[in-house]
Design a protein around this ligand. Structure first.
Ligand SMILES: Nc1nc2c(ncn2[C@@H]2O[C@H](COP(=O)(O)OP(=O)(O)OP(=O)(O)O)[C@@H](O)[C@H]2O)c(=O)[nH]1
Ligand SMILES: [Mg+2]
Length: 266
């Protein structure tokens, strides 16, 4: 179990099939877990059809309704840890993230010593293509704001194309991550950084989606603005790094949980 790409989906019927095929065509041994929130457009049915041709590579988790990108990833991270994948990726379904870049993110962690590799638009060689001016401004402004407040040394803190070593996700108490949108992406990097993990930015070109519609909304922006302040406050006065660090007791509890369930059934 080496590499798992987690893709959250909500109404991505125009994109999901091509995205999955593009990942499998790489022939680099990536497994994919789609987390679908009961998309009314039938995204999950398309994934199920593809599972017939990729039974040992493609997995699907279906949730009852739209609960946000953050909780979808937390669900996927827990699934990946349980299955003992070594490298766990975040990726959008809408081709904004080029599947061909997956291998460079992987190599940054596997061969060049990073714990977290961030596909970054705001380092040399990276950029945005076809994104409306207001979205670029929002993204760059948000990155600057996050860096000024948190002092986190990441140029693209809202990026969502990422490779984590399993050890990073195991070290974070995932039940303590409550944000759902951009703030979720910022907090995952912030927690990794606060726990002392090495973050490396790998340049990527981010392209605006051609099909389907954005799930971006004002609530996500508001959560981002307040969330960054909250993270800084907690790290200054509330021992953030202790709260977010998974303790040995928790590890033992989650390790014992399945056995406890089995014996109670017996
Ligand atoms: N499971 C799940 N997936 C979601 C949810 N919201 C968004 N997604 C997926 O998360 C990924 C990113 O969402 P997008 O709407 O593309 O957000 P974005 O990339 O910030 O915005 P755009 O650039 O405008 O597309 C896509 O694959 C979406 O289908 C959600 O509530 N649940
Ligand atoms: Mg998108």
């Amino acid at each position: 179990m080496e590499k798992l790409v987690i893709i959250p989906t909500y109404n991505e019927k125009e994109n999901i099939s091509n995205t999955l095929q593009a990942i499998f065509l790489l022939n680099e041994g990536f497994h994919v877990l789609v987390i679908d929130d009961n998309s009314p457009d039938g995204t999950a049915e398309i994934v199920k059809d593809l599972q017939f041709s990729h039974p040992s590579q493609l997995f699907l988790e279906q949730r009852k309704g739209k609960s946000g990108l953050g909780t979808a990833y937390i669900h996927g991270f827990k699934w990946a840890i349980k299955k003992k994948y070594n490298f766990i990726f975040e990726m959008d379904a809408d081709f904004s993230h080029n599947p061909k870049d997956l291998e460079r993110l992987y190599q940054a962690c596997k061969s060049y010593g990073s714990d977290v590799a961030v596909g970054s638009r705001y380092v040399k060689g990276g950029g945005n293509v076809n994104w409306p001016r207001n979205r670029v401004l929002l993204s760059k402004g948000g990155s600057l704001y996050t860096r000024l407040i948190t002092w986190m040394p990441v140029h693209d803190p809202t990026a969502g194309f990422i490779c984590y070593k399993r050890e990073v996700l195991e070290a974070i108490d995932l039940d303590e991550i409550h944000f759902t949108g951009y703030a979720f992406q910022i907090e995952m990097k912030f927690a990794s950084w606060k726990l002392g993990f090495k973050i490396k930015e790998v340049p990527i070109i981010f392209e605006d989606r051609k099909f389907g519609s954005s799930k971006m909304n004002k609530g996500i922006i508001k959560e981002g603005i307040l969330g960054v302040l909250n993270l800084r406050w907690q790290s200054l006065f509330k021992n953030y790094h202790i709260r977010v660090k998974k303790t040995m007791d928790m590890e033992v509890a989650s390790y014992n949980a399945p056995e406890a369930m089995v014996s109670s059934k017996l």
